[in-house]
Design a protein around this ligand. Structure first.
Ligand code: SF4
Ligand code: SF4
Length: 490
């Protein structure tokens, strides 16, 4: 199959060998699970349990709130011991609303049904079951998967791309799931294709995962699904880039894949879809890579959502040397964290403990205008110019240069010989923009409320005046009639 060129991109050291060849092991059941209500893009889920309730594994504990949201289920059986705040898996580590579940050690499931012919289900039914299972994009985006299915079906998607790129260094969770669960993944892919009526189904896998490619090629035999080996390059696993390489199409600025007839899902999401449709199992766990030079025995573990990250580090033998940086996700786009009591959430692909040699913290020096960052940018932006605008607080200027199209891949920072943390500028500026946009929306909503209130007051006053005028007219008519009657008598 013809592949198209990826613009820009970099070749960071992969370090995937640390964990790639070790089969996935299931993490022992934790005693306490901290399940945040917000593990997805959109509105947080609303708890449907109370402290003291006993729940079964897979039972709904928080319902989706509105269209863009996702349901959350009990990762194991036990008792709800807290509905409060717990440290979030976020650089701030600030507490977020969380359901705390104390495991009863039985891991007892709710009653589930097995669907013998899932391909007999309608597209709407598949999407409804995916929504009920609380599935979100497991590649890191955490967009509610059912919503993506419905939007794609309605906009007439032609091509379904399954992302097995996993271009982030260190991460091997997608590699392992493809090697170990290829048949289930392919069934999930075919169900997604059915749900969106896709005409073409491609699975893109970087060519540094030959075992995963072989496993998936064997699993797709006799189906409409095609496995495509792609060159290994960062950020190949990013949505825009995988579409560009496999189809030659580019998402217009500010647009979505559906605008060009494409839907992209991650291979681990396909596994979750298969489990939900075939066995009615909600999304309760995920495979997480535990790696980095400071981890004693790097590995991949299947961890329940809500498991404290420290338990994964302990399971991997703890630290072999001091960790200079802890990261959730990959080293290029992941988030630094410091509190290891934060929980694994649906979007946690990796827990990395990196040494000071691995992060190589060099002092930033002035820009030498070498344009290396421009050549590395996969979106075709001008990182040095955008950063210059942000430095003088000219956000509008940075937006004009394409700040909103920046995918925060960090390729520009990675290659910068002056070690300028360009991507930090962009993330900071995007955070600022989001705050400004939220404030603007709030201001507009307040203005509308005030206008509606003023209109209501004016209407009430108008109605009162009209009623008073009517009463006055009626009184005048009555008095006139009385006067006329009196005059007649006289
Ligand atoms: S790579 Fe760094 S030094 Fe070179 S132009 Fe970009 S910001 Fe400047
Ligand atoms: S972080 Fe943004 S500007 Fe830098 S290379 Fe990636 S897309 Fe381009």
């Amino acid at each position: 199959m013809k592949l198209f060129n990826l613009r820009g991109g970099v070749h960071p050291e992969g370090r995937k060998d640390l964990s790639a060849d070790i089969p996935v092991r299931v993490l022992p059941l934790p005693k306490l699970l901290f399940v945040p209500l917000q593990q997805h893009i959109g509105a947080p889920a609303t708890p449907v349990v109370n402290v003291g309730d006993h729940v079964l594994k897979g039972q709904l504990i928080a319902a989706a709130q509105g269209t863009v949201s996702s349901a959350i289920h009990a990762p194991t059986s036990g008792v709800i011991v807290g509905l409060g705040d717990h440290a979030a898996p976020h650089p701030s580590g600030l507490p977020v609303p969380t359901i705390t579940l104390e495991s009863d050690g039985n891991d007892a499931w709710i009653t589930t049904e097995t669907v013998t012919d899932p391909f007999a289900l309608s597209a709407e039914d598949i999407a409804a079951r995916v929504a009920a299972a609380g599935i979100v994009g497991l590649g890191g985006a955490t967009f509610p998967a059912a919503l993506k299915l419905n939007l794609s079906r309605n906009s007439g998607v032609q091509t379904l791309i399954m992302n097995g790129g996993e271009c982030e260094p260190y991460l091997t969770c997608d590699d392992r799931i493809m090697r170990e669960r290829a048949l289930e993944i392919v069934e999930g892919i075919r169900l997604i294709a059915l749900a969106v009526a896709a005409k073409e189904v491609l699975v893109g896998i970087e060519d540094n995962k030959p075992e995963a490619i072989a496993a998936m090629q064997s699993a797709v035999k006799g189906s409409e699904v095609k496995v495509v080996a792609m060159p290994s390059m960062y950020p190949m696993g990013s949505e825009k880039q995988i579409i560009q390489v496999l189809t030659g199409k580019e998402i217009p600025a500010g647009g979505r894949p559906a605008d060009i007839g494409v839907l992209v899902h991650n291979v681990a999401t396909a596994f979750a879809v298969q489990q939900a449709i075939r066995y009615s199992r909600p999304l309760l766990s995920r495979i997480v890579t535990v790696s980095g030079g400071a981890i004693k025995a790097a590995c991949n573990v299947e961890a329940l959502v809500g498991t404290p990250v420290q338990e994964l580090i302990d399971f991997a033998g703890g630290y072999s040397q001091p960790a200079a940086r802890l990261v959730l996700g990959g080293p290029m786009m992941g988030q630094q964290f410091s509190n290891t009591n934060v929980p694994v959430v649906k979007g946690t692909s990796g827990v990395l403990a990196l040494t000071s040699q691995e992060i190589g913290q060099a002092e930033a020096s002035p820009c030498i205008r070498c344009s290396t960052c421009v050549r590395a940018c996969p979106v075709g932006l001008l990182p040095l110019e955008m950063a210059a605008h942000i430095r003088i607080s000219n956000l509008a200027g940075a937006v004009t240069l394409g700040l909103k199209d920046c995918i925060s891949c960090g390729s520009c920072s990675y290659v910068c010989p002056a070690h300028i943390p360009l991507v930090h500028y962009f993330n900071y500026a995007k955070g600022d923009l989001a705050t400004q946009e939220r404030a603007k929306l709030k201001q507009e909503a307040t203005k509308k409320l005030a206008e509606a209130r003023n209109e209501r007051i004016a209407r009430i006053e108008r109605e009162r005046a009209e009623a008073a005028a009517k009463r006055k007219a009626a009184r005048a008519a009555k008095e006139a009639a009385a006067a006329a009657a009196k005059a007649e008598v006289v």
